[in-house]
Ligand binder design. Structure first.
Ligand code: HEM
Length: 441
C-alpha cells in the first residue's frame, strides 16, 4: 500500500468505503480536501483516486502505464466484448486507427441528416400541456438515431424496431448484470435480458455478414459503418476480423445510446430550473435555424447551446468514476505506485473542484465563454490517446436534438431538480417537465 497517501474518512473494517460508494456524490465531493491523490477502499482493495487536474492529465496521457483493467472493465467486457472501450493498451492503437474513419469529419453531414430524420417526428409528436417523462423520451430519440447512424439501412424495419426495445431492456438491466459475479448471474439476470442481448448481438452479426457480401442488397452512395469497418486496413494491409467488428459495434452502440441520452436528460432538467438560460438557448436556436431543421454545419453556429451542454457535462458527467491499473512501478505526484495498483479519476469530482470552477454547483454556461481551464480539469469524455472517439459525434447529436426541442417547446419543471440514481452512469432518477408549444413553431 502506498503509505504517504491519505485515506478518505469513513472507511469501515472489511467493507472500506463500499457503503459510502452506494451514495458516492458527497464522498467524491470531499476527496480534494485530502490531497492530490486519495485512497478509497472497496472492501479491502485500495483504489487511488487522482484529484489534481495536472496529475489526471499525466495519467491519461501515459496510457501504457495506466492501462484499462481491473474488476469493472472485466465485467464490462462480458457485455461489450473487447472493443476500444475495454481493450488493453497492447491492442488499442491499431484498433483505434482502424475504427477512426467511422468518426471522420467528412461523415458528419450524412450522420446529421439521419439524426434529424429520426428525432424530428418524435419531438413534434409531443403534446401541448403534456407532462413529459424526458428521460424516456430522450432515450427513445437517441436510440433511434444511434441505430440509424451505426447500421444505416442495413437492417430491416422490423429489426430496427426490435433493436429499440432490446437496447432499452439491456440498458435497464445491465448494471445488475455487471455487478453480479459470473457464477451467480443465471439467478439474477432475467430471461428477457438474455433474449434481448442475444438478439442485439445477432443483429450486429447479421449486419457485418451482410456488409461483406458483394451482392449486398442495400445500395448506398456512401459506405455505412459495418462496411467501413470491414474495409479498414492498417499499413500492413491487415484489417479487423468479424468478431472484432462485432465488439466495436456493440461498444459504440451501448456507449453512445446511454451517455448521450443521460447528458440530454440532465440538460433538460437543468434548463427547466433555469428558465432564463433556456430562453437564451431558444433564442440562439431561433436565430440560427429560423423555421428549418438543423444540419451538421449548424453545430458550430450555436456556441451558447454548446456551452449549455458543456456546463451540464461539468456538473453531471455520466461516467463518474473510471479506473486504470498500473502496468509497472511508477510515481505520480511524487507518490510511488507499484505495478498492479488500481487508480481512478472522477470527472464528477474534478468538475466540482472550487479551485478550478468557482461556485461549482452553480449552473453557469457563460463560464465556458469567459475562461479556459487547466488540462485534466474537464474530462467527461476522458483524455489522452483514449479520449472518447465519439466525442464530436455525440456533441453534434446533442446540439441537434436540443436545438430542435428548443425551437418547438418551452418547458417548466414539475417538482424539484432531478436527483442522481445509483448506476454505472451518473444518471437522473426521473426528469418530468411540462411542455408548452412555442408560438410560431
Ligand atoms: C455525451 C456522450 C458521451 C460521453 C460523456 C462519453 C464518455 C466517454 C469517456 C469518459 C470515455 C473514456 C473512458 C476512459 O477514460 O476509460 C469514452 C470512450 C469511448 N467512447 Fe464515449 N462518450 C460519449 C459518447 C459516445 C458515443 C456517441 C460513442 C460512439 C458512437 C462513444 C464511443 C466511445 C468509445 C468507442 C470509447 C473508447 C475510446 C478508446 O479507448 O479509444 N462514446 N467515452
Amino acid at each position: 500500500m502506498t503509505s504517504d497517501v491519505a485515506t478518505a474518512p469513513g472507511d469501515l473494517p472489511l467493507v472500506g468505503h463500499a457503503l459510502r460508494l452506494l451514495r458516492p456524490w458527497s464522498l467524491l465531493h470531499s476527496l480534494r480536501a485530502h490531497g492530490d491523490l486519495v485512497r478509497l477502499k472497496v472492501g479491502t482493495l485500495p483504489i487511488y483516486v487522482v484529484c489534481a487536474p495536472h496529475l489526471v492529465q499525466e495519467m491519461l496521457v501515459h496510457d501504457d502505464v495506466y492501462d484499462r483493467g481491473g474488476a469493472v472493465f472485466d465485467q464490462v467486457r462480458t457485455v461489450m466484448g473487447d472493443g476500444l472501450i475495454t481493450c488493453a493498451h497492447a491492442r488499442h492503437r491499431r484498433n483505434r486507427r482502424l475504427v477512426q474513419p467511422v468518426f471522420a469529419r467528412s461523415r458528419m453531414p450524412g450522420y446529421s441528416r439521419l439524426m434529424v430524420a429520426h428525432s424530428a417526428p418524435l419531438i413534434s409528436s409531443w403534446q401541448d400541456g403534456q407532462v413529459l417523462d424526458a428521460r424516456t423520451a430522450l432515450h427513445a430519440i437517441i436510440r433511434r438515431q444511434t441505430t440509424a447512424t451505426l447500421f444505416s439501412s442495413r437492417i430491416s424495419p422490423e429489426q430496427f424496431e426490435q433493436l429499440q426495445e432490446d437496447v432499452s431492456t439491456i440498458a435497464t438491466g445491465w448494471l445488475r448484470q455487471l455487478i453480479t459475479p459470473a457464477r451467480l448471474r443465471r439467478f439474477t439476470v432475467g430471461a428477457e435480458w438474455k433474449r434481448a442481448s442475444s438478439r442485439v448481438h445477432q443483429a450486429i452479426e447479421d449486419s457485418v455478414t451482410l456488409a461483406g457480401k458483394p451482392s449486398c442488397p442495400v445500395a448506398h452512395a456512401e459506405q455505412d459503418v459495418p462496411e467501413l469497418l470491414l474495409a479498414a486496413r492498417d499499413a500492413d494491409g491487415s484489417g479487423l476480423g468479424p468478431e472484432q467488428i462485432h465488439d466495436e459495434l456493440i461498444s459504440m452502440y451501448l456507449a453512445g445510446v446511454e451517455s448521450s441520452s443521460t447528458v440530454l436528460s440532465w440538460t433538460v432538467d437543468l434548463l427547466a430550473h433555469h428558465p432564463e438560460i433556456q430562453r437564451r438557448a431558444a433564442e440562439e436556436a431561433d436565430r440560427v435555424l429560423g423555421d428549418r431543421d438543423p444540419t451538421g454545419e449548424d453545430v458550430d453556429r450555436m456556441p451558447y447551446i454548446t456551452h449549455v451542454l458543456h456546463e451540464s457535462l461539468r456538473v453531471h458527467p455520466p461516467t463518474w468514476l473510471l479506473t486504470r491499473v498500473t502496468t509497472r512501478d511508477t510515481t505520480l505526484g511524487g507518490h510511488h505506485l507499484p505495478a498492479g495498483t488500481n487508480v481512478a479519476y472522477s470527472a464528477y469530482q474534478l468538475g466540482r473542484d472550487p479551485a478550478v470552477f468557482p461556485d461549482p454547483t452553480r449552473f453557469d454556461p457563460d463560464r465556458w465563454a469567459a475562461e479556459s481551464f487547466p488540462r485534466g480539469a474537464f474530462v467527461p469524455w476522458g483524455g489522452g490517446p483514449r479520449l472518447c472517439i465519439g466525442m464530436q459525434f455525440s456533441l453534434a447529436e446533442m446540439v441537434i436534438v436540443l436545438s430542435q426541442v428548443l425551437r418547438t417547446w418551452r418547458w417548466t419543471a414539475v417538482g424539484e431538480p432531478a436527483r442522481a440514481r445509483i448506476s454505472m452512469l451518473h444518471m437522473p432518477k426521473a426528469v418530468r417537465v411540462r411542455l408548452e408549444r412555442r408560438v410560431g413553431s
